[in-house]
Design a binder for this molecule. Structure first.
Ligand code: ADP
Ligand code: ZN
Length: 753
């Protein structure tokens, strides 16, 4: 065995297989002459197979007996795919979410780099093999071929050019190039071509604003922290206070001192707008990463970042793992959005991951929102984050006026439309002034349920315990399940009683669009919801249609409420506020307040003041009142008190063991077993038991989903070290095999359906 003092000849490798038994790293020997670093991907022998793995550490010695040691076969790239700092982060995450390290490491490399599918796009590049003078002489001598002479003249500055670039100057240059190559004057090579996504977004050049007082004050706190490489901020600025400008100024500062930045947005829909701002100021140094990019595009952007060519990364939550060099700052814009929680395995909260990463890499964290999450604002009050407040809009623009339309009196007055009289009138006025409007309808489709008038039967999805939504299509209408996508033709008679009184109830975005077109014929509308944005760049196209003014009224689900900046919008309507208020979740008040305040904030961002109309059947609901006054502080105080008194998170943990099985009886049985198991665990651990407030076996609100019967054991616990240990023990329990059922442990999940 080769052995030199201090030389690292062994390495720990996490083999990329997600399985209980391979959660720990394996030791391999590094063969003579092979150089490896931590974070590098390698091919290793594993059983009878060859597997990919990631080197997590190098060591000078090992306890593994020489007979058992096997050698690394080869590195998969020359560079470390995962920077060492990110390995530490992955280790922390694996511990916290109780999952194998291989799973968290996977988050950090693009899918294209696994399973040997890496595809590098190349293009032919031409460079000069002789000096400029010789090229010039040769060009002059090429009297028989104008093309060759033109190419030499083009290349004589010494810059290599792609064949494509050359063909823009010289038509059809291929034969001429071949001849030049044969003469030894130029060399043609395959060079790597990086796909640059977001190339189609219009670039917005720097408007060169002077910062407002509020912006400058916030920046004055962030910049020194950037210099020190330490600090966490919650930037609470009302809608239109110019938060983006603050972090763009901070990014400029970071870049000029050689650092990088990551800017996270809650939805892919918001990346084009952010990319156009950042590309406008910083050029191609801005990269974009999100899951709608093609695998190739993502891989190429990732490599630009890994090599340090791209130093500002804009993306949705997964971009928090971008392998930027010399991280200076992470910004989480609209930090209150629930999309920052990854509910799929491995579960993580992007805000926590970002905080951890910033601490490890000496970077600054900025969380920004007009409506911070209760959790983050509470942390800021406790001093975990420094609170930066911008209470005013830029240029002394007023916040929009919010009115409440009482839909009960509309109904009494005989108006059965989804639009109240006041909103109809406002829409007409807005359009006649040539301005734009946004209507929020937080449900897609045409009608939300179909039911029999005689017997009350509601058409439900056969796979889910959910009513089917009616969608109008290009030809016929279809009923669609919003959970599993199942579709069916609407029944003409009741499947239960055979009656003919099948009726359609409840409105969605399609219905709202139809009503708007009825009252405003000829006014072009655009609809933005899950159905209209599924194609590549679906969001971008609709937003561009609206921005350009080709569409005058934008109707959509909550995806239109956040972050968008359209100066021509002077009217915002919230069609059915009660949808958000009535959700069976302890967070529904928080989410409703955020949604209303955010969507209201889309109005009056230009020079003309905005107006907002909230339609509701509960005009006296305090949440509607807080949103109408856009009073975040008052809302926070009331909600914080309510959570403390009702023992809701962040004062407690809400957790559950979720059981899913295709067989209903099995699901029932497993739920009873799980409950018994929890109780037994608590009996044997009184120190845990003291921290548990309740354990109940109670079916979830949706008992059938995607063909699986669901049951749950709900647990409410205090927040403490002991409860963490309790959850760890429980999670081990869920990993043991169960016949015919899946059991998941969810601690404070984003939805509790
Ligand atoms: P927020 O994210 O806080 O809602 P934005 O960052 O979108 O607000 O800014 C609102 C609008 O004000 C944008 O159109 C932006 O270009 C403009 N703006 C921002 N800062 C300034 C400034 N200092 N002077 C003039 N306009 C500004
Ligand atoms: Zn379904």
């Amino acid at each position: 065995m080769p052995w030199k003092e201090g030389v690292k000849v062994f390495c720990q490798v996490i083999v990329d297989i997600v399985h209980e038994n391979v959660a720990k790293p394996f030791t391999y020997q590094i063969p003579d002459g092979m150089e490896l670093t931590a974070g590098q991907r390698v091919a290793v022998p594993f059983g009878h197979m060859e597997k990919e793995g990631i080197v997590t550490a190098l060591t000078p010695d090992t306890d593994v007996s020489p007979a058992k040691l096997r050698c690394v076969l080869r590195p998969l790239e020359e560079y470390a795919a995962i920077p060492p700092e990110l390995i530490g982060l992955a280790e922390d995450m694996a511990l916290k979410s109780h999952c194998p390290l291989a799973e968290t490491l996977r988050l950090m490399i693009p899918a294209q780099m696994r399973g040997g599918r890496v595809h590098v796009k190349t293009e032919k590049t031409v460079c000069l093999c002789v000096s400029s003078e010789d090229a010039e002489t040769a060009a002059a001598a090429c009297t028989r071929s104008l093309k060759r002479s033109a190419i030499l003249n083009l290349l004589k500055d010494g810059q290599p050019r792609t064949v494509h670039e050359i063909s823009e100057h010289v038509r059809d240059p291929r034969d001429a190039l071949k001849k030049l190559e044969a003469d030894g004057l130029v060399k043609i090579t395959d060079s790597e071509k990086l796909r640059m996504p977001g190339g189609s977004v219009p670039v917005v050049s720097d408007p060169g604003y002077t910062l407002t007082e509020g912006q400058q004050e916030a920046l004055d706190e962030i910049l020194p922290a950037l210099g020190k490489g330490k600090g966490m901020f919650l930037l609470h600025g009302v809608t239109g206070s110019g938060k983006t400008e603050v972090f763009m100024a901070a990014v400029r500062n970071a870049l000029s001192s050689g650092k990088s930045a990551i800017i996270l947005v809650p939805e892919i829909a918001l990346t084009p707008q952010m990319v156009s701002w950042f590309r406008g100021r910083f050029g191609p140094v801005a990269a974009v990463i999100h899951s709608r990019l093609s695998a190739g595009e993502r891989y190429d952007e990732w490599r630009r970042i890994r090599r340090g060519e791209a130093r500002v990364v804009i993306g949705a939550r997964s971009a928090v793992f971008s392998p930027v060099k010399n991280l200076g700052m992470i910004v989480i814009d609209e930090e209150h959005e629930s999309t920052y929680l990854n509910d799929r395995h491995p579960r993580y909260d992007t805000r926590e991951v970002a905080a951890n990463r910033c601490e490890r890499e000496g970077a600054v964290l900025v969380l920004a929102s007009a409506t911070p999450s209760i959790l983050s604002f509470a942390k800021a009050r406790r001093g975990d984050y420094m609170l930066l407040e911008m209470p005013d809009r830029v240029n002394e623009r007023p916040l929009p006026d919010v009115e409440i339309a009482d839909m009960r009196s509309e109904l009494e007055g005989g108006n059965r439309s989804v639009l109240s009289g006041v909103l109809k009138k406002a829409l007409k006025e807005c359009c006649s002034r040539g301005e734009q409007a946004i209507l929020l309808m937080n449900r897609r489709g045409y009608n939300s349920f179909v039911s029999c008038r005689s017997c009350g039967y509601v058409v439900k999805c056969p796979n889910c315990d959910i009513s089917m939504t009616y969608h109008i299509g290009s030809r016929d209408g279809l009923l669609r399940c919003h959970y599993c996508g199942y579709t069916m033709i609407p029944p003409s008679e009741c499947p239960s009683c055979g009656g003919h009184y099948i009726r359609y109830f409840g409105a969605g975005t399609q219905k709202v669009e139809e009503e708007v077109r009825k009252i405003l014929p000829g006014i072009p509308t655009a609809r933005m919801d899950y159905d209209t944005t599924s194609g590549k760049d679906g969001h971008g196209k609709i937003l561009e249609e609206f921005r350009s003014g080709r569409a005058r009224i934008l109707i959509g689900t909550q995806m239109i409420a956040k972050g968008l900046d359209f100066p021509q919008v002077t009217l915002v309507g919230v069609i059915a506020a009660d949808l958000a208020l009535n959700l069976p979740d302890y967070r529904s008040r928080e989410r409703a307040f955020q949604l209303f305040t955010q969507v209201a904030g889309r109005a009056g961002r230009g020079s003309i003041p905005g107006r907002v109309i909230i339609q509701t059947y509960k005009p006296d609901d305090p949440v509607i009142g807080f949103a109408a006054r856009q009073d975040y502080r008052a809302f926070f105080e009331s909600e914080f008190r309510r959570r403390r008194n009702g023992l809701y998170p962040p004062f407690t943990n809400l957790a559950r063991l979720l059981i899913e099985s295709p067989d209903e009886e099995n699901a029932d049985r497993k739920a009873r077993e799980a409950e018994a198991c929890v109780k037994k665990l608590l009996e044997t651990h009184p120190e845990w038991h003291r921290k548990i407030l309740s354990v109940v076996n109670e079916p979830p609100s949706v008992q059938l989903l995607r063909g699986k019967h669901r049951r749950q054991v709900l647990m409410k616990t205090l927040v403490s070290r002991e409860t963490d240990d309790f959850f760890s023990a429980l999670s081990e329990l869920t990993e043991s095999p169960t016949d015919g059922a899946d059991i998941y442990l969810e601690v404070n999940p984003t939805t509790m359906i």
